[in-house]
Design a protein around this ligand. Structure first.
Ligand SMILES: Cc1cc2nc3c(=O)[nH]c(=O)nc-3n(C[C@H](O)[C@H](O)[C@H](O)COP(=O)(O)O)c2cc1C
Length: 186
């Protein structure tokens, strides 16, 4: 029997009705059976990052973040761009991962839900790429994709029904699964 993989979804938007969250919810919906999808929802509860506070006893929200990352086999990020870069709350979450060892070597990918109007959120994703490099996560390039999500493409359950978009999400997850399978077999 094939191994299953715990996939932790992390959204950069706190907004109700988020297109980025919809892309992650769709990823959970189309994910192959070999993925167990989990959602990290603690970003807003994290304290402002301060190296002086990155010591025991850690804030419970930091412990939760690092524990969920440690328990995951792979990470899937989806974030909007704010003012040319990453949303502050999302960057704060990423800063808290740097002091922990849980993310080092962890396969990670991003889906970019931006509609291309303002540059396709290229600034945010260049920043995300750089930050993930500092955290020590392993970016799975083949699984990263720009999949523009119209706000009209999903309903109250936040799951996209458009087959073309679902297929693109499925392709990314397939690439992530290929990476995890190859890593396990080497
Ligand atoms: C304060 C603010 C700043 C924004 N800055 C940018 C930006 O620099 N580049 C961009 O492409 N979109 C920008 N946007 C648009 C958001 O990225 C866009 O609305 C996105 O869909 C929000 O993601 P969500 O639907 O997951 O909440 C900005 C939106 C807000 C509210």
């Amino acid at each position: 029997m094939s191994a299953t993989h715990d996939l932790l979804m992390i959204c950069g938007s706190l907004r109700a009705g988020s297109t980025n969250e919809a892309l992650l919810r769709t990823a959970a919906d189309v994910a192959p059976d070999r993925f167990n999808a989990h959602f990290y929802t603690g970003t807003a509860a994290l304290p402002h990052f301060n190296p002086d506070h990155d010591v025991d006893p850690l804030h419970p929200a930091v412990i939760e973040l690092r524990s969920m990352i440690a328990a995951a086999d792979a990470l899937l990020f989806c974030t909007p761009e704010y003012a040319g870069g990453l949303p502050g709350s999302f960057k704060n979450m990423l800063d808290w991962t740097v002091g922990g060892v849980d993310i080092v070597g962890k396969p990670a990918a991003w889906l970019n839900a931006s509609n291309a109007g303002r540059g396709g959120a290229a600034g945010a994703h260049a920043s995300l790429r750089a930050v993930l490099g500092f955290t020590g996560a392993t970016l799975v390039e083949d699984a990263c994709a720009h999949i523009p999500v119209p706000r009209s493409s999903f309903g109250d359950d936040g799951v996209i029904r458009d087959e073309e978009l679902r297929g693109q999400v499925s392709n990314s997850l397939g690439a992530l699964l290929d990476h995890l399978t190859a890593a396990r077999d080497t």
